[in-house]
Design a protein around this ligand. Sequence first.
Ligand code: CA
Length: 228
Amino acid sequence: MAANILVVEDEPAIQELLVLNVMQCGYRATQAHDAPSALAHISRALPDLILLDWMLPGSSGVELARRLRAEQRTRNIPIIMLTARTDEHDKIAGLESGADDYITKPFSPRELMARIRAVLRRRAPQMSEETVSLKGLQLSPATHRVSAHGTSIDLGPTEFRLLHFFMTHTERVYSRSQLLDQVWGDHVFVEERTVDVHIRRLRQALEPSGLDSIIQTVRGSGYRFSSD
Ligand code: CA
């Protein structure tokens, strides 16, 4: 699934340009014109990356970045700060607020896209198109193929995303709610039981290759992909 990018910018012309560039690169775009509307979007679904304007009416982009970094649910969303300022001091303040990268207006579409790709690759590897290999499993996002020890495995789209997320986030325990946020992009309208259903399907698909046990149930917490 294409990464969902939240574009937070109050100037309509720049907002439009950003959204156009983002969509031309095959990403999905959600728009917000200030901090409260950005927070409203984020409370419904976690974006995969935020393009955040420094100068917003009311609460600034820096304040919003700090607030997102302070909360557990939003702490890891990659943020690229946009600004008209070229001051080194401001650049440092932007990065200290928790932004992953920084881009100065006016920017070229090519530079913007290169930075988005680099940040996604670093911070959200499950959004990358690169093939992942682990424990005899090979998953290719570009061709949407999975194999175990060279034998092809048929997976539904949700199981595919779930496996991609796990293969790029091994060893850590994820709660059902965190998985809904990260894999479904929706923790409000999808029931937590749904996660169990898809985990069961994924395990069934991995069973013939004997790899089903790498998805561990952690009682009372959630699930973990263990490559041990
Ligand atoms: Ca602005």
